[in-house]
Write a new protein. Sequence first.
Length: 358
Amino acid sequence: MILHNYELSLPSYSVGENVYNLIGEKCLPYGKNILVIGGTRAIAAAKEKIEKAVRLAGMTILEYVVYGKDCTYAAVEKLRNLPVYTRSDMVFAVGGGKALDTCKNLCIVDNKPLFTFPTIASNCAACTSVSIMYKEDGTFLKPHFFLHPAIHAFIDTEIMAGAPDRYMWAGIGDTYAKYYEAEISSRGEVLQHFTALGVAMSKECLEPLVRYGAEALADNKTGKNSYALEQTVLAIVVTTAIVSIFLTRDFTPDYNSGLAHAVFYALTTYPVIEREHLHGEVVGFGVLIALLCDGQEEEFAKIYALNKELGLPTKLEDIGITPEQFEEAMGRIPEMSDVKHYPYKITRNMLQSAMERL
Ligand SMILES: [Zn+2]
C-alpha cells in the first residue's frame, strides 16, 4: 500500500439566476481590476449581467479579450504577454470548455486569481483542475493537471438556458459516461480513499440525467430556466468535476475513462467526428458499445431509450461513420490508453458482437 502525502482542493461554486450578485463578496478580497477573457459569443451572452454586478461591487473591468480559438500553449503565452494581464488583479474566464481551460492554464500556473463563468453546460471545465490542451492544428495534445481549480465558479443557469441546446445535449452523453466508466474500471477492487469517493459519487453523474435530462433539454430549446435544467447543469458542471478531481488525484491507474472514450478517441481519426459532431455526443454512443461489451442488458436498454428520447446517437450513421470505418477502428480501440486499466481485455470479437447487436 502507498502512504500518501497529498493535497486535494475541491471546487467552490454558486448556481442560480442571481449568482453574479456574489461577485463583490467572492472577488473583492483579491483586488478591484478585472480582465475578462472568453469566447466572443460567451462574452456577448454574459456581459450585461457581469457589468451590472461589477458596478454594484465597486470593481472595474479593464478590458475584454477573446481567448483565441483553441486551448493551446501558444494561446496561453499570447495572453500572458498582454500588458493588461499584468495590470489586472484577477481574471474572469467566460465561456465554454476551451476558453475556461485556456484561462486555467494561464492563471493557475501564474498564481493569478481566477474566477470562471461558464455560459454553456457542455462539460465540467469550470470546476475541474485540468486543462485539455490542443495542438496548433486543433487536434488533441494532452491533459494538463493543476493542484487546484479556479477560486470560484459562477454558474448562471439563466444564461445557460439561453445557450444553444446542442451543448447541453452533448454534455449529457459525456456526463453519464463518467458513471459507467468509473464503475466498470474500478470493479472488483478495494479502492483508496479518494478513488472510492470518486466512484461512489459518480452515480450522481447518471441519475439526475435519466430523471431530468429530457425535460432540461426541452426547456433549453425554449430558453426556459427550470428546476430540471438546474439539476442537469449541476450534474454536468459540478458533479462530474468533483468526480474527475477525485479520480485523477493519483493520475494512474486511470479510473477516469473507459471504453466509451476509447471508442471516441479511436474514431477521431476520421475528420467527420471533430468537424460535425461533439465530444459528448460520440461518447454517448460509445457508452452503448461499452454496456453491450460488459453484458449490462438492463443498463443498455435504459441508455438506449434515453439516447433515443434525447436524440443522442444510437447507430453509426448518426455519427457519420461507415461500417468499414468502424471495422477499421475496432483494431485501435483495444489499444487506447482509456482501456489500459479495465477489469478485462477488450477484444475485437467483443466489439464486433456488440456492434452487431446494436
Ligand atoms: Zn469526455
